[in-house]
Every structure is written in C-alpha cells, then in structure tokens.
Design a protein. Structure first.
Length: 278
C-alpha cells in the first residue's frame, strides 16, 4: 500500500532541499514517503539539493561540551526543550553544562546511563523532572558522546546549536589547541562526513557512485563513460566532504591537513564528533 503524501510532507522536503514543490511531490511519491530516498531521487535527476538538509521541526535546546584537565578526553551533550525562549534561559544552559561536566567525570556508557548519574546526590533524571516542573516544558538529554585522544578540543557554535569535539594525535599545547579549534570550526561550518577518504562508510561510497552514474546518464553521457564520470564525482565528494581534504575555510589555498601540519609537524585529526540540535 502506497504512503499518503501530504502537503506538509511536500513542504518539509522543499524546506530540506530547496527544490520546487512539484519535483518534491514526485520524488516523495516515487520514494513512497521516505525522505532520504526522495533526496537521493532528486539528486539523481540532477536537482541542486540544498546543503542544509535539517528538518525545520526539530526540538529546541542547547549543546554543552567540556574537556579534561589533561586535554585527553572530551564530552558533548544535547539538552532539549520545546522553545527557543527556554533554550536561551541562563539557568537551562548552566544545567546542560553541569551535566556535561559530570558526564566527563563519570564517563557513563550511554544516554540512559547518563540519566542515572548523580549530581550532588540526586539522579540527573530527577533533576530533569524538577526542571520540567519549574519551566513547564518537556526537557531531556538526547545525545551524549565521549571522545578520547592525545589531545581533544571542544568547540560550541555561538548560538549553542552546534557542538564539536576533535581528537588529535599530539599532546595538547597552545599551537595544537589553536589548530584543533580551527579544525572544529571547520567541522561546525562544513559538516564533513569523515576524517579522510578511507574513513567514509562503504555504503555511502556506493550510494555516491550510483548517484554519480545516474546524474551522468540523465545528462546523456555514453553508458561506457558512466563509471569513469562517477569516480570523478566521487573524488570531488571526497574533496568536499572529508575533513582533511577540504579547503581550509580561513585560507582556501591550503587543505585542513596542511593547516594542521603547518601548526605542528605530523599533527592530524584522528576522530571527531559533530552534533546539532534536532
């Protein structure tokens, strides 16, 4: 049985992609209501899909992050609420930061374990319940990540809607910290899918190759050329979507890999986490 496609669904896909209403509707019908498949269909047909693919109906909240004194561990969490008014409340932000700091100290295994942590003798889940009663909105921790490395740098975008942790292969010092902050800002701005080419999920690679072939086919390219064209598009994807290969936003003449190496010989990113509200 086919999914029912509503006007709200079409508008949501339009907001996600920036593509026209009729094309969005056709893609949703073809994808049987699956938004990710619909986005792929639009791309395969050569549509210029907006880089901003986040839904507009995401929950509000703040991101909080902190790192250990020795610089080897970092934690980032997302604390959600219902309205931006509450998200901007100073007490709400301080509560999120306190949860992050306790999570760094106790290193819970997951979000569920985090809710069972104690702050000043009371469970986080109980403190959340208290705040719900005080503020009158649904509040919860939805994301939690712990990152470790020879050095870890945390970055929170100014509006507290995006948080990044970057792990590197050299011990923390002022130059490493500055380079790590630049890398984190790059990640916040451009949202790479992986550190380097070899770190990209194989299913994503296959998906990009298939999209590249179909784009070339739609453009009328010969069938025997599709594989070569798709591989060229894949290399462009690597350049644009893997951190170390991206052009450095502060200096487009060098890559992020070069920026790191310039800061300290052999410095590189070993892993990162980027989270955003929603």
């Amino acid at each position: 049985m086919s999914a029912t496609i509503t006007a709200q669904d079409v508008n949501k896909l339009r907001q996600m992609t920036g593509v026209g209403i009729m094309d969005c509707k056709k893609a949703l019908v073809e994808a049987d209501g699956d938004f990710e498949k619909a986005v792929d269909i639009l791309r395969k047909k050569g549509q210029k899909v907006s880089a901003s693919r986040a839904g507009r109906d995401a929950a509000e909240g703040v991101i909080a992050a902190t790192t250990s004194g020795d610089g080897k561990n970092g934690v980032v969490i997302e604390l959600n609420c219902e309205t931006d008014f509450v998200a901007k409340n100073e007490e709400f932000g301080e509560f999120a930061q306190k949860i992050a700091e306790v999570a760094l100290a106790q290193k819970p295994a997951d979000v569920e374990s985090l809710r069972e942590m104690e702050i000043d003798g009371r469970k986080v889940s109980d403190l959340i319940t208290d705040m719900i009663g005080k503020i009158g909105e649904k509040i919860d921790v939805s994301k939690y990540f712990l990152v470790s490395g020879e050095s870890v740098v945390a970055y929170i975008h100014g509006n507290k809607k995006i948080g990044v942790l970057v792990a590197m292969n050299k011990a923390i010092n002022p130059k490493v910290e500055e380079a790590g902050k630049d890398a984190a800002m790059q990640i916040a701005a451009l949202s790479p899918v992986a550190v380097d080419k070899d770190d990209v999920d194989i299913e994503l690679v296959k998906r990009e190759i298939e999209i590249g072939k179909e784009q070339a086919r739609v453009e009328g390219k010969p069938e025997e050329m599709l594989e070569k064209i798709a591989m060229g598009k894949l290399n462009k994807f690597y350049k644009e979507s893997t951190l170390l290969n991206q052009d450095f936003v502060k200096d487009g003449s060098i890559t992020v890999a070069k920026m790191l190496d310039n800061a300290e010989k052999g410095l590189t990113v070993t892993s990162f986490i980027r989270i955003n509200i929603g």
